[in-house]
Design a binder for this molecule. Sequence first.
Ligand SMILES: C[S@@+](CC[C@H](N)C(=O)[O-])C[C@H]1O[C@@H](n2cnc3c(N)ncnc32)[C@H](O)[C@@H]1O
Length: 260
Amino acid sequence: MADGLEFSDEVNHALKMAYQTPDIVAARAMVVTSLKLQEGLKVLDIGSGPGLLALDISQKVGDSGSVVGIDMADNMIESAKKLCADNKRVSFEQGDAMSLPFADNSFDAVVSTQVYEYVPDLDAALAEFARVLRPGGRGVIVDTDWAFPYWSAGDGDCRDSMINAWKQHCAQESVPMRLPGSIKSAGLQLQSVRALPIMNTHYNEDNFSYWLSKIIASFAIGREGLTHSESDAWIAGLDSLEQRGEYFFCINRYLYEIVN
Ligand SMILES: C[S@@+](CC[C@H](N)C(=O)[O-])C[C@H]1O[C@@H](n2cnc3c(N)ncnc32)[C@H](O)[C@@H]1O
């Protein structure tokens, strides 16, 4: 994982909140649609995090299908298990995207959203994705382009340093731009790529960038020379922009549809 983002309980909470905002709920629905799921399919979610996507997928595969989520972080597995406690179609286990604990061709569909920026080797991770996906099976990958967040700055705040500090959370840079090559190297076929912009004109709990700013604010302290009070001032600046009706945020995620 990157020198950096630890999926602590605090980050876990902010992620869970971010992933329940309307933007991300809509993006998740697009992932489920892109997988073209049918009853009886066996699906793997790599880096399943809080388990929200696995839960959505389970609604589509029926009682004869199943969803397995794997994640490196024990606390993510714990909260995903809690979320899906009453759902017999879904199971979660600890595992590494770099070395999937499954036999070749084990799954009809494989999905991984917002995970490949953390792996130590993108090509090797994609080779694992390809190995466990059966011939003819479908895959979906979503990743964010952190190179170009478009985020309004408060008066004299340290927005650029905060964003530069955040870029350090990635073990892999520019994942969206590199994925077509890695998908091809893994012997998979890229069917389509779509940009999924997330645009927020308000800074409040209903917006993805609100929760993202909380994660960045704590991650950035001690990086790029940023102090606790500068990080607090950045957050206060975002609040002020909202109060003045001047807040703006936009970033692109990309969705890759793949066939084996
Ligand atoms: C930003 S979260 C995304 C969670 C989920 N896929 C989603 O989109 O809702 C990234 C997740 O990837 C997991 N992760 C990071 N590196 C991993 C690896 N090498 N193998 C498995 N999981 C990993 C983290 O523990 C975390 O739960």
